[in-house]
Design a protein around this ligand. Structure first.
Ligand code: 4AD
Ligand code: MG
Length: 454
C-alpha cells in the first residue's frame, strides 16, 4: 500500500491493523526499547514513522538498515503517543529489501540544487525533487484535461522533421551511424537533411485545418547556446492550434489555460505548494493567488515600448521600437508595471517568423507573448497568415525553400481559414507554479549546453 493511500486511511481517524508499507529509509533513531524509522515512498509529500520494538525477532536487521535502504513493514497503524506525527506504524515484521551503505549521498543534511543536479538519478528521492516531479505529472495531466474538456484532439506531431518552424536555424541535425564506424555520420537516411523539431506548430496547423481544435504536447529541441536559468536544449511544449480563431481568441485561450493550471496547483498539489512556499519561494502562494484574482492585462507592443521608455529605468539593453523585448524588459512589465501576468501583442513583423499574420498597419504581425513575474515569457503565439500570396511572399523574403514548404502552402491553397495557436513552455510553467528558479530543476534529466549526462 502506498504511503499516500495509508495517509488517506488516516483521515478516517481509525486504527488499522495489518498494514503493509514499503519505502526508503530517510532516518533512523534508536532508543533502548525500540527504533524509529522514518520511511517515504515518493507517493506523497509525507513520510511515515515506523516503530520497531527491540524485542521483535526481525529487529535484528536494524543495524543493517541505514539511510537510503529499502524496507517492507507489516504492522498496525496506530495513534502516535509522541508529538511530531499523529499516526505511526507499530511494526510486527520488518524486511530489508535493499541495503544502502554509508556512501549513500542523500544523508540527512541540506544539499544544494547544484549538487543534486550531479546525482539526477537519486534526487527524485528528496523532498524538493519528489515534490517537483509529482507536480510535473499532475500538471501534465491537467494540460490534457484542459484541452479534452474543451473538445480539442491530441495530435502526435513528428519529432524528426525537415522544417525549421521558427526559421532561426537553431536545430539539432539527425544523422545515422554506419555499422562498425561509429564516428562516421551518414545523413542520407531520409534522402534529405532532417532535424529534431523546434516546434510541432506547422504540422499542428495541418491538423487544425482538418479537425478544428487540436493540440500537441511533446518534447522540442533548440540548439541555442544560451546558458540561462530559463533555456534548455530539450524541453516540452504545449501547442494548441485552432481553426477559425483570431489573435484575440488565441490570447483568451492562453490566459484561460494558465489560470486553469494555477488553479490545478491549488486543488491538486496543496502539500507541495506549502513546501515550495516555505523553502523555495516565500511569495509563491501570494503570487499565484494574485494570478487568479483578476483578468490578465493586455498591452500592445507599441504601448509596452512607450511604458519602458517612460519608466526612467536604465536597462542593460536599450529599448528600441522594432527590436525584441529582452528578459529584463519583460520582467519590468510583468513585475513592476502590471504586477502580474501580462500579454503583449502586435509585435513588429520584421522580428517574427514567416508564418505570422501580417496586420493592416504594414508594420506589425498578429503575434502575442504572455509574460509572468519571475520568468518573463512563458507563452508565444500568433494568428497565422492564411492568405496564400502573402504567405508566399513572406517565405521568399525569409529565404525558405518553396518546395520544402509546398505542403504548408497547400493549407492556404485548399480551403484556407483564419487560424491561430500558441506554444506554452511546460518547464517555464512549472517554474511559475513552483517558484523553482532554475529550469534544470523542473526537468528530470536536463539537457543544456555542455550537459547531457544520462
Ligand atoms: O516563442 P516560441 O519559440 O514559439 C514557438 O515555437 C511557436 N512555434 C509556438 C506556437 O505558436 N505553436 O516558444 C514557445 C514557448 C516560449 O514562450 C517558452 O515558454 C518556451 O516555448 N521555450 C523554451 N523553454 C525552455 N527552453 C527553451 N530553450 C525554450 N524556447 C522556448
Ligand atoms: Mg517566443
Amino acid at each position: 500500500m502506498s504511503l499516500d493511500t495509508i495517509h488517506s486511511l488516516i483521515h478516517s481517524e481509525s486504527e488499522r491493523p495489518g498494514i503493509i508499507a514499503r519505502g526508503w529509509v530517510r532516518t533512523k533513531r534508536d532508543s533502548k526499547a525500540c527504533s524509529f524509522l522514518e520511511i517515504s515512498d515518493g507517493s506523497c509529500f509525507k513520510g511515515l514513522q515506523v516503530v520497531v520494538d527491540a524485542a521483535l525477532p526481525t529487529a535484528e536487521l536494524l543495524p543493517r538498515i541505514l539511510t537510503g535502504a529499502s524496507v517492507e513493514v507489516v504492522g498496525d497503524l496506530v495513534a502516535s503517543p509522541a508529538a511530531g506525527q499523529k499516526w505511526e506504524i507499530q511494526a510486527k515484521e520488518l524486511r530489508l529489501l535493499g541495503e544502502a551503505d554509508a556512501t549513500y549521498p542523500l544523508q540527512k543534511k541540506g544539499h544544494t540544487p547544484e549538487f543534486l543536479r550531479t546525482i539526477a538519478h537519486l534526487r527524485p528521492r528528496t523532498n524538493l525533487f519528489g515534490s517537483v516531479f509529482r507536480v510535473r505529472s499532475k500538471m501534465a495531466y491537467a494540460v490534457h484535461r484542459f484541452f479534452q474538456e474543451r473538445g480539442f484532439f491530441y495530435v502526435h506531431t513528428p519529432i524528426i522533421t525537415s522544417s525549421d518552424c521558427e526559421g532561426a536555424g537553431e536545430m539539432f541535425q539527425v544523422t545515422t551511424l554506419k555499422p562498425n564506424t561509429p564516428t562516421k555520420p551518414e545523413q542520407d537516411f531520409f534522402g534529405r537533411p532532417t532535424y529534431l523539431t523546434v516546434s510541432g506548430q506547422l504540422q499542428g496547423e495541418a491538423f487544425a485545418c482538418a479537425l478544428g481544435n487540436i493540440y500537441t504536447f511533446g518534447p522540442t529541441f533548440r540548439a541555442e547556446n544560451s546558458n540561462t536559468t530559463r533555456h534548455a536544449a530539450e524541453f516540452w511544449m504545449i501547442e494548441p492550434e485552432m481553426a477559425f480563431y483570431d489573435l484575440t481568441a488565441d490570447m483568451t485561450l492562453a490566459e484561460e489555460q494558465v489560470r486553469y493550471l494555477v488553479q490545478a496547483m491549488f486543488d491538486e498539489c496543496p502539500d507541495e505548494l506549502e513546501f515550495f512556499n516555505k523553502f523555495i519561494d516565500k511569495g509563491i502562494i501570494d503570487r499565484l493567488k494574485q494570478t487568479l484574482a483578476k483578468p490578465f492585462e493586455r498591452i500592445s507592443y507599441t504601448d509596452a515600448v512607450e511604458i519602458l521608455l517612460k519608466s526612467g529605468r536604465s536597462f542593460e539593453n536599450p529599448v528600441v521600437w522594432g527590436e525584441s523585448l529582452q528578459t529584463e524588459h519583460e520582467r519590468y512589465l510583468a513585475e513592476e508595471h502590471v504586477k502580474g501576468p501580462v500579454t503583449i501583442f502586435n509585435y513588429p513583423k520584421d522580428i517574427k517568423p514567416f508564418y505570422m499574420r501580417q496586420n493592416d498597419d504594414g508594420k506589425t504581425a498578429a503575434a502575442m507573448d504572455l509574460l509572468v513575474p519571475g520568468i518573463g515569457e512563458i507563452v508565444g503565439g500568433s494568428q497565422r497568415e492564411e492568405r496564400l500570396d502573402v504567405l508566399e511572399a513572406l517565405m521568399a523574403k525569409q529565404g525558405l525553400d518553396p518546395e520544402n514548404y509546398a505542403w504548408y502552402a497547400d493549407l492556404r491553397r485548399y480551403g484556407s481559414v483564419p487560424h491561430a495557436g500558441y506554444g506554452l513552455g511546460f518547464e517555464r510553467l512549472l517554474m511559475f507554479v513552483t517558484g523553482v528558479p532554475n529550469i534544470r530543476d523542473v526537468i528530470p534529466f536536463a539537457r543544456t549546453p555542455g550537459h547531457a549526462a544520462y
